[in-house]
Design a protein around this ligand. Structure first.
Ligand SMILES: *Cc1c(COP(=O)(O)O)cnc(C)c1O
Length: 368
């Protein structure tokens, strides 16, 4: 059994994906070929925003967002401490400073009350200018954008949605990728919508921001490729990856349905035995990960391994505990929810092609 069975997905889509790849090899436009624009149109439509700008990976997408929004030295960027490293990594890359925020015990997403407290503390200390929030749609569930938008407006902050894991989730009928001033996602193979290598994208309704992002991803181009008007990156999505993603996007709604069936079955089997991931009524999740909590995590994971079921831990280490960041954390800064999650969380296999037999094997093992 695979933790994420990409081979099962390929077997299902093989003829279509192979056909798309062959077309790219035949036309030869490997960089920013027609499939890239076709994919950007389809992704923008799926998410429900005006513009999608693809790029090389989800980390670059975040960095490009910060660059486009003019975030730099002296700026405080608030982000959850319980996330993948890239969310925080991009902040010092543009010269700004991350300020870590604890997460909500139900959704595991950035806690609005703690965010307010950290903004107030940053203003009081006076060393940094509060500038932006990067909210993460952790494990597939969008963050609480109703509350986050209100806080961003109140304090004049920019809001960035890191939807590397959230693509396919929704809040009040609006899809992940449509929240904040700009949103980002990743097409790393293990994400809900993944390609066969690295890939990423940004989403925005703002025309000026989309144009700036298109310049920044291509060496700061102006009127044409060899007219450089600003400092940018080389960060494009390969045409081959766009071609693969076009076929995967077509299959994505059915995969999302299956992922939710798997999550429902896990939920029933684990109820009363483990801490469960809770999706609030107005939210849906794309289940990038299905995670349980146990005070006895090591023993549970070993028992599942004996039953032939692979598991993984996302994440053992919070951002405020990472060696590169911990020196900057004050003695009076505490993150009790994130630290408890890091000590108890583990993930079960999750993908859109899980067979009934596999699902039954897993639910039997977790309810045993
Ligand atoms: C995967 C991930 C990223 C980075 O995406 P890459 O494509 O691997 O660069 C950023 N943020 C979160 C929350 C992620 O899970």
């Amino acid at each position: 059994m695979q933790f994420i069975d990409l081979q099962a997905q390929y077997r299902h889509l093989q003829a279509r994906i192979d056909g798309r790849i062959a077309k790219v090899l035949a036309h030869g436009h490997y960089i920013l070929g027609p499939e890239v624009a076709e994919l950007e149109d389809q992704l923008a439509e799926y998410v429900g925003v005006k513009h999608c700008v693809t790029c090389a990976n989800g980390t670059d997408a975040l960095q490009l967002a910060l660059m486009a929004l003019g975030i730099g030295p002296g700026d405080a960027v608030f982000c959850p401490t319980f996330t993948f490293f890239a969310t925080a990594e991009v902040v010092p890359l543009v010269g700004a400073s991350p300020v870590f925020v604890d997460v909500d015990p139900q959704s595991y997403n950035i806690c609005p009350a703690d965010l307010r407290a950290r903004i107030a503390a940053t203003i009081k200390t006076g060393k940094l200018t509060p500038k932006a929030i990067i909210a993460v749609d952790l494990f597939g569930q969008p963050a609480d954008y109703a509350q986050l938008s209100a806080i961003a407006e109140e304090f004049g902050l920019l809001l960035i949605e890191d939807s590397a894991q959230g693509f396919g989730g929704s809040l009040d009928g609006k899809r992940a990728g449509s929240f904040g001033h700009v949103a980002t996602t990743s097409f790393f193979p293990a994400k809900p919508l993944g390609c066969y290598g690295d890939g990423g994208a940004l989403f925005t309704d703002r025309d000026d921001l989309a144009e700036l992002l298109r310049s920044l991803r291509l060496h700061g181009k102006g009127q044409h490729k060899y007219d450089n008007v600003r400092i940018g990156l080389n960060s494009r999505l390969d045409t081959l990856q766009a071609a693969i993603l076009l076929e995967k996007l077509a299959a994505f709604p059915a995969e999302l349905t299956r992922r939710n069936q798997v999550a429902d079955a896990y939920h029933r089997a684990a109820e009363g035995k483990f801490g469960l991931p809770l999706v609030a009524p107005q939210f849906t999740s794309s289940w990038a990960q299905y995670c349980l909590l146990s005070e006895d995590r090591t023993a549970v994971m070993e028992r599942l391994k004996q039953a032939g079921i692979p598991t993984a831990i996302y994440y053992q280490t919070c951002m405020h505990q990472q060696s590169v960041f911990k020196a900057g954390i004050g003695e009076d800064e505490h993150f009790p929810v994130a630290e408890r999650l890091a000590g108890q969380i583990f993930s079960l296999p999750m993908h859109g092609y899980m067979s009934n037999e596999e699902l039954q094997q897993i639910t039997a093992a977790i309810s045993a």
